[in-house]
Design a protein around this ligand. Structure first.
Ligand code: CMC
Length: 429
């Protein structure tokens, strides 16, 4: 039996090769479809389009499986270490102790921003959304590091990646400090990745922030659970921008913009807004679920549903457990957690959600945890960006190392007016 796919079009038969991935997923290779048949495929939202072959992350949405470089996501739960996962995603294997030590040292050495970059923050209004600042500043960062415009070899790339992964924390913290009118706090080289970030976010010149180990672990877990999710909207954006050979910083700045939207990373803010609306408006979870099912209401149950997962998002399960554990440790009693649990309970039994296979996603509980830690709501999507950055970098690098890589340039079916003549201004009705 042939492995090829057969297409019959206008009475003619065409054969196309079928590729199979490591886990048995299959794709019809249509790279020469248009050249041979004159037709293109139409797939709005790209739900059936494989844009690349990638060795970074595997998702089985039907079974709720997520693996980074083959390792099931649950295996990072016991000793969550975001830096280790960043390395794994980018370089393809867990770092040896020496690789880890060197990479950590690179992160520490790169934590500071050029002093004149601080003035850029002053140019933004206090009320500027931190995601806007983050994207602009990642782009601005490239101007301070022209040595990374063109990367020659893996060592050079590693230095650029370490610089970006380290500095995104500082940019994020400074964006927040600017928004609340507080002085910027310099990174502390004696602190690890997450405690250093929380130090820049929360310390005062007269009072050091202390990071409890439970908080450190929770943030490490949140960041690493967001670290990659194969060809999602922001990662595909990074790949698309990178395909034009735009530099790493510009490509990742574009990723931040894509992540900002409420159907993607912005959903973690939208979940909190929704829970607060339910709480303040004294809406019953039952009524809200009813509203979310009503097409005319335009309301969705935020933090529910996923393009790929048609089962529980494993990240949501893990974060649900963290919320359960951490809030009592922090002495936080949050009514929003009770509302979230109730919404989940109702939706998981409701035929509307069951039939459409809509389950809680990664954004459903992450906001409640961050809020308990004291991270302001408008920083939630920034946290997602810090977490997703290693994934963006890994994909950008994988693509740039792929032989025969082409600029991404989809086609379209034109449905506008047929050819028509230009009418001079004074002859128009
Ligand atoms: N609440 C109510 N109905 C929903 C929801 C929801 N959260 N999600 C999907 N549906 C319905 C939708 O109305 C449609 O119904 P019908 O078949 O009757 O028209 C059906 O389910 C399929 O929805 P879709 O919009 O065609 O599915 P999609 O794969 O294009 O969208 C999604 C996926 C994540 C954008 C969507 O589920 C959604 O808007 N969820 C809420 C936002 C959210 O939580 N986003 C975070 C996603 S995970 C993290 C990330 O990617 O950044």
């Amino acid at each position: 039996m042939s492995d090829d796919a057969i297409l019959i079009l206008d009475g003619q038969q065409y054969q196309f090769p079928v590729h199979e991935g490591t886990e048995g997923e299959r794709a019809i290779d249509i790279q020469d479809l248009r050249a041979r048949t004159g037709h293109i495929t139409l797939d709005p939202g790209y739900g059936n389009t494989g844009s690349c072959q990638s060795a970074i992350t595997f998702i089985d949405g039907e079974q709720g499986i997520l693996r980074y470089r083959g390792i099931p996501i649950e295996q990072f739960e016991q000793a969550p270490n975001f830096v280790e996962v960043a390395w794994l995603l980018i370089f393809g294997h867990l770092p040896s102790p020496e690789e880890y030590r060197l990479f950590s040292a690179q992160l520490t050495a790169n934590a500071n921003l050029d002093e004149s970059m601080k003035h850029h923050f002053e140019g933004f209004p206090r009320s500027a959304p931190p995601m806007a600042i983050l994207s602009a500043m990642i782009n601005a960062l490239s101007c301070f590091h022209p040595e990374y415009f063109e990367l020659e070899g893996e060592d050079h790339f590693r230095a650029a990646a370490a610089g970006l992964i380290s500095k995104i924390r500082t940019i994020a913290a400074y964006a927040y400090r600017h928004s609340v009118g507080q002085p910027y706090i310099y990174p502390d080289p004696s602190l690890r990745y997450v405690p250093n970030f929380l130090h820049m976010l929360f310390s005062q010149p007269y009072a050091e922030h202390e990071c409890a180990p439970e908080v450190r672990d929770a943030i490490n877990l949140i960041l690493l659970l967001h670290a990659d999710h194969e060809q999602n909207c922001s990662t595909s954006t990074v790949r698309m921008v990178g395909s034009s050979q735009a530099n790493l910083f510009a490509s990742c700045a574009a990723g931040v913009c894509a992540l900002w939207g409420p159907l993607h990373g912005g959903a973690n803010v939208a979940v909190l807004d929704m829970l607060e609306q339910i709480h303040k408006g004294r809406i019953s979870p039952e009524d809200y679920v009813r509203l979310a099912k009503d097409r005319d209401s335009k309301v969705r149950l935020m933090g529910f549903g996923h393009r790929v997962y048609k089962n529980f998002d494993p990240r949501a399960r893990m974060l649900g457990k963290v919320a359960e554990r951490l809030l009592p440790i922090l002495g936080v009693k949050d009514p929003l957690l009770d509302i979230a649990r109730k919404l989940e309970e109702i939706a998981l039994e409701d035929p509307y959600f069951v039939d459409r296979k809509l389950y809680p996603n990664v954004d459903f509980y992450s906001g409640i945890i961050m809020r308990a830690i004291g991270i302001p709501t408008n920083m939630f999507t920034v946290m997602f960006s810090i977490g997703r950055l290693p994934g963006w970098i890994a994909h950008w690098w994988e693509q740039s190392q792929t032989q025969g890589n082409k600029i991404a340039r989809p086609r379209q079916i034109y449905v506008g007016p047929e050819a028509t003549d230009h009418v001079p201004k004074d002859e128009r009705a």
